[in-house]
Ligand binder design. Structure first.
Ligand SMILES: [Cu+2]
Length: 211
């Protein structure tokens, strides 16, 4: 009987761990998480919500196929909204690996570390909302998994037209320093190539002969 009571105690303790974890602005389950979800609190400079918008954003390898040399991408690279918009994001991960939809530089008094993000551990979808302030600003949207932004998961959110374009957004903006693969073929470089090929052929004969 005593054993049964102890066992029952363990089971009761374990139940909350199996259910969805949720505290202020954060929900988490076995599929992923939504961080700093904010459908209600207005930024200080917004008297009211100007507009409700809903974007469905997909992320994954297949969306990068149209970009040379990229591995992962979102299906869109830019979103534009009015000041004080409430943005609902449905993020769909089309891959079997982790991806994120992460926005930076939001007001810290509403979004810890200025961040709103949805993460999926594999294929699936999650939804979250955030409200943007009124100033014209361009917000970085990316996937923060190591090397995913460099491999193409980079986009921008423009509020009130934005204040700039971010670099290195696939198909949209130029990189800060472009990769260069250009070879300038002069007669000297041709001569060098011919010489290198001849040496490459001849050298093994000399080495074998010396043995
Ligand atoms: Cu990713």
């Amino acid at each position: 009987m005593k054993k049964l009571i102890i066992l029952l105690g363990f089971v009761l303790f374990a139940i909350p761990a199996y259910s969805v974890m949720s505290h202020k602005g954060m929900t988490m389950d076995e599929k992923g998480m939504v961080m700093n979800d904010n459908p209600d609190n207005l930024p200080k400079d917004c008297p009211e919500i100007a507009e409700d918008v809903h974007f469905t954003v997909r992320g994954g390898h297949k969306h990068a196929k149209k970009f040379n040399g990229k591995m992962y991408a979102f299906d869109q690279q830019q979103w534009e909204v009015k000041p004080c918009s409430r943005i609902k994001i449905t993020f769909i991960n089309d891959d079997d690996i982790r991806h994120q939809f992460m926005v930076h530089d939001l007001p810290g008094y509403l979004y810890p570390e200025g961040m709103f993000h949805i993460e999926l551990y594999g294929k699936g979808q999650k939804q979250g909302s955030f409200i943007v302030p009124s100033q014209p600003k361009t917000y970085l949207v990316h996937c923060d998994i190591a090397q995913h932004m460099e491999k193409g998961m980079k986009a921008q959110l423009k509020v009130a037209g934005g204040d700039k374009d971010l670099p290195s957004i696939p198909g949209l903006t130029e990189p800060v320093t472009a990769d260069s693969y250009i070879v300038n073929w002069t007669s000297a470089s041709w001569a060098m190539l011919v010489f290198a090929v001849l040496v490459g052929f001849a050298l093994p004969f000399f080495i074998l002969k010396r043995k």
